[in-house]
Design a protein around this ligand. Structure first.
Ligand code: AMP
Ligand code: ZN
Length: 473
């Protein structure tokens, strides 16, 4: 497998720290409001990558944090006259509703920043001991000049770095790029005790502390949206590596923005749709199919036209899944040789997606498969059970388990006929076999009786060279 690593700026062969085990950390939401479909793009891409690694037989420990202490949360809570905790708890519950709505597989853990204050204090103390952090009147800053490799992720030199959107200007800093590890308490803000007086943690230290506590000092994959490369991930690397002396993450994966008219979808610009709004009109399968057809690292423009087109495309996969389920439930098979080999589609899918999670190419192969299998099903010939089973398995493993663009469990729920038919068909098969047994025993009276009685019920048997089939009229 090959992954594009933001850290080295090239595609690299994927090697895990422990054989066949992946430790993956994804920067999660700041829980101050519903998340938008742009955030959802990052969450869904991370989900598909995790599921693909599982498809490739890796055991993945997947952690997504919840930032539950932050300026935006505090402001909203104060506006509503409730505590920051109360506000963030409300939106954590809403976050999970949307995650489930989008059929995103639950992470192994969702650490909340406020539950890791002890670990953050330990990290900051260690940095202070190493003189990489300094305290000014109860505000503790990271001294970027002390970390030689600062800028290695974003590929920028300290002297070239501009103060970006998420870099706060502050007179107490030695260098404008220094960032807060600990913020002195202010009235109306949540606070915790610390060696530097009461206060609250800075945003970046939260992820370092949670990633290290949950997954260890060095992890395999750290991921998030492109906007997090600088300063968030650059700062995570600086403070973690300055503290432990170990590499913080081996592979850095970043997701391209979901844009609206080529502009990043964001709360602050007001050009957003919540995931919830979109889920009212489109299924999780359609949304996922739309998102997965652009490479995770490239920008993608939001478009309802494309969502509509993908509703139809998702239907095609679903219809084939239904057909396969119906055929398998009918339980009538033959010995004809199919023109296609399902195993080849598995190989093509894997080869495609192995190259830096190329889901668009993988989806292309799924659609080729749908077209080719439909062609097989249109001929009247009866194929062996194995064919239908492996065809279903292909859709189940790729379209459902990796991409979540079809949901077999939904099909059976929507179509109880399949399960009921399956029982009926099993009964008919049983009678067909009894008739065959009677025939072999030369008990023609009984075998004829079974055939005639079934015909009276509208079930007609046909003896073919592949065995006995039936039609219900
Ligand atoms: P936030 O709650 O703003 O920290 O964002 C949560 C996640 O969503 C982060 O990984 C962001 O990088 C990502 N994100 C935010 N906006 C977008 C967007 N328009 N497209 C893709 N990912 C985004
Ligand atoms: Zn983070």
């Amino acid at each position: 497998m090959i992954i594009y690593n933001t850290l080295t700026k090239k595609k690299e062969e994927f090697h895990t720290i422990e054989p066949q085990k992946v430790r993956m950390y994804v920067c999660g939401p700041t829980v101050y409001d519903f998340f938008h479909i742009g955030n959802a793009r990052s969450f869904i891409m991370a989900d598909m990558i995790r599921r693909y690694l599982e498809f490739r037989n890796y055991e993945v420990k997947f952690v997504m944090n919840l930032t539950d202490v932050d300026d935006k949360i505090i402001n909203r809570a104060n506006e509503n006259g409730i505590s920051a905790k109360e506000h963030s708890e409300t939106y954590i519950a809403e976050f999970f509703k949307d995650i489930d709505g989008l059929k995103i597989k639950r992470a192994n853990s969702y650490p909340k920043a406020t539950e890791y204050i002890g670990e953050m204090l330990e990290l900051i103390s260690n940095l202070e001991k190493k003189s990489v952090a300094y305290n000014v009147n109860g505000n503790v800053f990271f001294d970027v000049a002390k970390f030689q490799e600062y800028g290695k992720l974003s590929g920028k030199k300290i002297e070239d770095l501009e103060i970006g959107a998420r870099v706060e200007a502050n007179e107490e800093k030695r260098n404008p790029l220094d960032f807060a590890l600990w913020k002195k308490a202010k009235i109306g803000e949540p606070e915790w005790e610390s060696p530097w007086g009461n206060g609250r943690p800075g945003w970046h230290i939260e992820c370092s502390a949670m990633s290290m506590k949950e997954l260890g000092e060095t992890i395999d994959i750290h991921a998030g949206g492109n906007d997090l490369i600088f300063p968030h991930h650059e700062n995570e690397i600086a403070q973690s590596e300055a503290s432990t002396g170990c590499k913080f993450a081996n592979y850095w994966i970043h997701f391209g923005f979901l844009n609206i008219k080529d502009e990043k979808m964001s709360k602050s610009l007001g050009n957003f749709f919540t995931a919830r709004e979109i889920l009212k009109k489109y299924s999780a399968e359609t949304i996922r199919l739309f998102l997965a057809q652009t490479h995770y690292a490239s920008p993608l423009n939001f478009s309802t036209e494309l969502l509509d087109a993908n509703t139809k495309a998702a239907e095609k996969i679903k219809n084939l899944a239904i057909k396969l389920d119906e055929i398998l439930a009918k339980n009538v098979f033959g010995n004809s040789t199919p023109n296609i080999k399902i195993g080849e589609y598995f190989t093509q899918f894997t080869n495609a997606v192995d190259d830096d999670f190329n889901f668009p190419k993988g989806i292309g192969i799924i659609f080729d498969f749908v077209k080719d299998v439909n062609r097989e099903l249109q001929t009247e010939k009866l194929l062996p059970k194995e064919f239908y089973l492996t065809a279903k398995e292909f859709l189940f493993e790729t379209a459902q388990n990796v991409l979540g663009i079809v949901d077999f469990s939904q099909l059976t729920k929507e179509n109880p006929e399949i399960t009921r038919n399956s029982k009926e068909n099993d009964l008919i098969k049983l009678l067909i076999n009894l008739r065959l047994e009677a025939k072999l025993n030369k008990n023609y009276a009984l075998s004829d009786k079974i055939r005639i009685e079934l015909a009276n019920l509208g079930i007609f048997l046909q003896d073919t060279k592949d065995g006995t089939t039936f039609t219900i009229k």
